[in-house]
Design a protein around this ligand. Sequence first.
Ligand code: MG
Length: 339
Amino acid sequence: MDLFFEPVELTLHEPFTIARGTQRVAGTVRVRLEQDGLSGIGEAAPSEHYGDFQASVLKVLELLRPLVEDEHEASLQMLHERMHETIRLNPAAKAAIDMAAYDLLGKRLGTPVYTLLGLSPARTPLTSFTIGIDTPRSMGRKAAAAGQYPILKVKVGTSRDVENLAAIRAERPDAIIRVDANEAWSPKEAVARIEELAEFDLEFVEQPVDGGDLEGLGYVQSASALPVFADESCVVPADVPRVAPYVDGINIKLMKCGGLYPALHMIHLARAHHLKVMMGCMIESSVAITAAAHLSPLIDYADLDGNLLIDDDPYVGVTVEDGKLVLPSAPGLGLQPVS
Ligand code: MG
C-alpha cells in the first residue's frame, strides 16, 4: 500500500466554544492509502487535549509510513499491532490510517464498511446537534435554526447555564436536550448545577468533573437524578472497565482511541459492563464522521455532527434525515468528493 497525506484546514461556520476554550479553525490531516488502483481515505482531527497536534500527526504518519507501505493486505489487526509497537498514543494519526484501511478493504471487497462489520444500516441512531457556549440569545437562535435535529447537545460549564438553557428550551420545547460540561465542575458543584438545570428536562450529563476524578464522577452519578456519561475520562479500551463502576455510559471517539478497530473493542467492553454507548467526534469533515457512523448501528446515542459545523467539507458521506444518520451504500466508507 502507498501512503499519502496532507494538512487540511477546516473552517467553522461560527466560533465554537466549550468550557475549555474557543475554536475557529480545525487543523486536520487527510490520508490516502493506495493499492491496485483503489484508494482508501482517512482523516486525523487532532485534539490538543489528548496530546495530538496537526504537526505531530504529520510527523507520526511519516514514522508509520514504512510499516503501512510494508503491509500487502489491509489487515486492521496487523496494522494496529505494528502501529502500537512503533509508537504509543498518537491516536489521531492511527485513526486516519485505520479508517483509510477500512475504506480500502471495503472497496476491494465491493461492500460498504457496515456490511463488512455485519451491521444493519437500518439500525443507525439519531444524532444530536451541538450548541456551543455563547450568549443566551445566540444559543436560543442556534437551537431554533437547528429545528431539523430532534436532539440537541448543549455545552455547559458557565455562570450563565440556567439562562442559556432557558433560552434554548423556549425555542425548542420539543427537543431532547443533553448537556456536556467538559470537566468544568467540582463534584459538589456538579450536583448543585445539575439540580438547577433539571427544570429544563435533560436526558443526561456528559463529563461533569475532571477526567481523572473517577470517584468524583461516581459521586455525581449517585447524587444526581441524571445519567452520567464519561468522555474525557474514557479514552482507550483499557479505560472502559476502569470507569464502568462510576458512570452510566461512555462517549467513544475515533480520535481518542485510534480508529474503528479499537472503537469496536470499546463498544463490546462497554456492553460487557452494562454501559450505554455514545459515539462523539471532534471538529471533523465527513471523512471521519462517516467512518464513525459505520459503527453507529451498534450504539445508543450519537453526537456525530462535526461535519455540520464546518464550511468547507470536502466530501459527502453519511447524511442526516430528520436527525437520523443515513449511511451511504457505496463500497468502503462510501465517500464522494464534493465537486
Ligand atoms: Mg464531550
